[in-house]
Write a protein that binds this ligand. Structure first.
Ligand code: KIV
Ligand code: ZN
Length: 512
């Protein structure tokens, strides 16, 4: 008999805990909508008690997505659980996910609680959550380093208290596949009541084994896998969901398991998560990396041309990596552009389409062949979700080996042009200082990086940078242009717009 494996996506919670990642409400909702389209079963939208912003984001996701369960994370204390419920209650299907650490190391050093206290807290939390919703998940944090007898006891108690999903996390990515598989098998065999619940795993990637461990667990009885798109998450990240799904799909000879994921949406989802989190996908990343379906050596190319299956175990189209042969250039009209966007799966408003088309035309004057990657970059930039409080009107740079780098910048705000000039240690620094002078907001740049979207001298430069004003909240900005300094200015202005918008949202929330 074939087994259904539920896919629990924690990109918006554990994934957002990746160092330097911070998503605003609009970004979370956009990713959640795409996750629903992808066909994941559960979206863990955040940790509502952790901040007012996270609470609002979980609430917005719960209201926005349909056909998928929305989960909110909570420690075992009642304030956490009540807050999680407040955030998810408007979801079509709402889940409360409560957790407490069960390993001796965590109980002694982090919680300073005895086993009895932890057990009692877990049971009380599950009962509290159960008072709100029938769908309650309990996680024994650091389960892989928990003494088995105690783990079995707390799982049995959580089931008895009403938990419907039992999650066994390898919180620190310590497990190895054979050991982890038999651990899950023992839990599925030994723990009283375990046959009444869904057994889940949540594997971290500290040893690069998160996907292998998740799959070993599936072979041994786990029916829910938790992970994140592109494998993002705390430290080395979570299990990469696209890899789990495609392994189950591709190796049906070894796995009698299936998921509800629409695999053709994988690539698009990966790109969106990468764009909005600012976390680049490494080129050789399985399934979604730029090189995942690229063939470099002559022997490989010849083989693939004769028969794709010589060197490809998956059809790229199956994960949505189909590229068009249609060349777009300066003679392409609005109709062809719209058609191309539709083929690529973008649904744009008329305003977004007009702006994207304008950008496309400008780019076509500078670059002869425009690829799908170029188009995707333009569209993603136009679809930025915060209001464009400031837009870059013009930029002038004076720089060289013997002059002090100076930037003069014009920004538009409410149809008014604001202009300032500043010097800096380099041209990018000068640009940032000029923007700061113009907006009156002093930001610190934490990181700056550039990627070429396509090959060649006329390639679009894709700048991603992160800024902060208080060292706490980080705003990611992205800008693209054939001119890297212009791309930097756009990225900086994009990050500032996010900051301005979030401050406005905070003010509104305070007034309510
Ligand atoms: O890694 C972990 O243990 C977690 C839990 C909250 C499930 O993220
Ligand atoms: Zn985790």
């Amino acid at each position: 008999m074939s087994h259904r494996v539920y896919i629990f996506d924690t990109t918006l919670r554990d994934g957002e805990q990746s160092p330097g990642v911070s998503l605003n409400i609009g970004e979370k909702v956009q990713i959640a909508r795409q996750l629903a389209k992808l066909g994941v079963d559960i979206i863990e939208a955040g940790f509502p008690i952790s901040s007012p912003g996270d609470f609002e984001a979980v609430r917005a996701v719960a209201r926005a997505v349909k056909g998928v369960t929305v989960a909110g994370l909570a420690r075992t204390n009642f304030q956490d659980i009540d807050r999680a419920w407040e955030a998810v209650r408007h979801a079509e299907q709402a889940r409360i996910h409560t957790f407490i650490a069960t390993s001796d190391i965590h109980m002694k050093h982090k919680l300073r609680m005895s086993r009895e206290q932890v057990l009692e807290a877990a049971v009380a939390a599950v009962k509290r959550a159960k008072g709100y919703t029938g769908d309650v998940e309990f996680s024994a944090e650091d389960a892989s380093r928990t003494e088995p007898a105690f783990l079995f006891q707390i799982i049995a108690a959580a089931i008895e208290a009403g938990a419907t999903v039992i999650n066994i996390p390898d919180t620190v990515g310590y497990a190895v596949p054979g050991e982890w598989g038999s651990f899950i098998e023992t839990i599925c065999r030994e723990v009283p009541g375990i046959d009444r619940v869904v057994v889940s795993v949540h594997c971290h990637n500290d040893l690069g084994l998160a996907v292998a461990n998740s799959l070993a667990a599936v072979l041994n009885g786990a029916r829910q896998v938790e992970g994140a798109i592109n494998g993002i998450g705390e430290r080395a990240g979570n299990a990469a969901l696209e890899e789990v799904v495609m392994t189950l799909h591709t190796r049906k000879d070894r796995f009698d398991h299936f998921t509800g994921v629409h695999t053709e949406e994988i690539y698009r989802t990966s790109r969106l998560v990468s764009t909005l989190t600012g976390m680049k996908v490494q080129s050789n990343k399985a399934i979604v990396g730029n090189n995942a379906f690229a063939h470099e050596s002559g022997i490989h190319q010849a083989g693939v041309l004769k028969d794709r299956t010589t060197y490809e175990i998956m059809n790229p189209a199956m994960v949505g990596v189909a590229k068009s042969n249609l060349v777009m250039g300066k003679h392409s009209g609005r109709h062809a552009f719209r058609q191309r966007l539709e083929d690529m799966g973008f649904a744009l408003s008329d305003e977004e389409l007009n702006k994207s088309f304008e950008r496309f035309k400008k780019l076509a004057d500078k670059k002869s062949d425009i690829t799908d990657d170029d188009i995707e970059a333009i569209v993603e930039e136009e679809m930025r979700l915060v209001p464009h409080t400031y837009t870059l009107d013009y930029l002038q740079i004076s720089s060289g080996t013997t002059v002090v780098p100076t930037a003069t910048i014009g920004l538009l705000k409410d149809e008014q042009r604001l202009e300032e000039a500043a010097c800096g240690n380099g041209p990018v620094d000068a640009i940032c200082r000029a923007v700061d002078k113009t907006t009156g907001i002093n930001c610190t740049m934490i990181s700056w990086g550039i990627n070429a979207i396509t090959a060649g001298k006329d390639a679009l430069g894709d700048v991603t940078l992160k800024i902060t004003t208080d060292g706490q909240r980080v705003y990611t900005g992205r800008g693209i242009s054939t001119d890297v300094l212009e791309a930097s200015a756009k990225a900086y202005v994009n990050a500032v717009n996010k900051l301005v918008w979030e401050v406005e949202q905070d003010k509104k929330a305070e007034q309510e």
